[in-house]
Design a protein around this ligand. Structure first.
Ligand SMILES: [Zn+2]
Length: 296
């Protein structure tokens, strides 16, 4: 088997897995892999990723000119080309619409909270690239802002994009994003997310070398220290924003967004007079009834 036929077979396999897991429906999604220094193998336009065969693939150059194949390359080719231009280290690009992660992309909620140690080690945070019309040059522009610092991102009201040092690495990052989104959704439905403290996040990122993970970017400085994640004068993010409060010696800290609930352990418990308190109608009625009783 030649290296090219191996890559074509791998794209077929990854397409089948994405479709089987519901990451794509109908003809959604696209996959590409570098074939040597100046060529790409890419899925064609308008085929279901669950039913591809190796002969369907297109070979293009890095400008997008078709060199080989009966079909036309993916409608999102421009986005793939932009990633390869910005990231010489990237060997493969995967785009899909995994439903839970895409739900976060539709809701405008980035997956940037320090919640799972494995995700912090492998991907860091997962931002949302601004909405762009699919298949137009808007999408590569939206992706450009984050691709230098991230191996995975959500695409607003669209789906998700992952990249890697080989095709399976890029695909597994798509699995990680969807799995992370699923766990985040469950934790939020349960009403609490305990976050990993900033000090522990930095320790996890230091472990990347041990696992051979070439992280694209470090965690941004704490906003409290003036960190912004944005390089001066550049429309490109150079570090990763991770919501990880300082732990003051504790490795897990309560989610700041949940601490104002009755029984929460955050600002309210610390006696911050300006913090918001949310009460159910029943709790509010009981408080008023208590107040009236004490007046009598
Ligand atoms: Zn898409």
């Amino acid at each position: 088997m030649t290296p090219e036929s191996r890559l074509r077979a791998d794209i077929v396999e990854v397409g089948r897995r994405m479709y089987a897991r519901g990451y794509t429906a109908s003809n959604d999604g696209n996959i590409s892999v570098r074939l040597g220094a100046d060529r790409l193998v890419m899925t064609p336009k308008s085929v279901c990723k669950g039913f591809m065969t190796p002969d369907m693939m297109c070979v293009t150059d890095l400008e997008g000119a078709k060199l080989q194949g009966d079909r036309n390359p993916s409608s999102e080719m421009l986005m793939h080309l932009e990633v390869y231009r910005q990231r010489p280290d990237v060997q493969a690009v995967v785009h899909a619409h995994p439903p839970i992660a895409t739900g976060f992309a539709v809701a405008g909620i980035p997956l940037d909270r320090a919640v799972l140690a494995e995700v912090l080690t492998t991907l860091g945070s997962i931002p949302i690239a601004e909405y762009a019309t699919p298949s137009t040059s808007e999408l590569p522009e939206a992706v450009r802002k984050y691709i230098r610092a991230h191996d995975g991102m959500l695409l607003a009201n669209h789906g998700a994009l992952t990249v890697g040092g080989d095709l399976f690495a890029a695909y597994y990052k798509m699995e990680t994003i969807e799995h992370f989104a699923h766990i985040s959704l469950v934790a939020r439905l349960l009403g609490r997310e305990n976050l990993i403290a900033r000090e522990e996040v930095l320790r996890l990122q230091e472990l990347r070398g041990t696992y051979g993970i070439k992280a694209p970017a470090p965690i941004c400085a704490d906003p409290a220290d003036g960190g912004s994640g944005q390089a001066a004068g550049e429309d490109s993010t150079t570090c990763q924003v991770v919501q990880a409060p300082r732990g003051d010696g504790q490795r897990l800290v309560p989610d700041v967004s949940n601490t104002s609930r009755p029984g929460g352990r955050g600002d309210a418990a610390r006696g911050d007079q300006d913090s918001e308190i949310r009460l159910t109608y029943r709790q509010l009625s009981a408080l008023i009834a208590d107040a009236i009783r004490s007046l009598k």
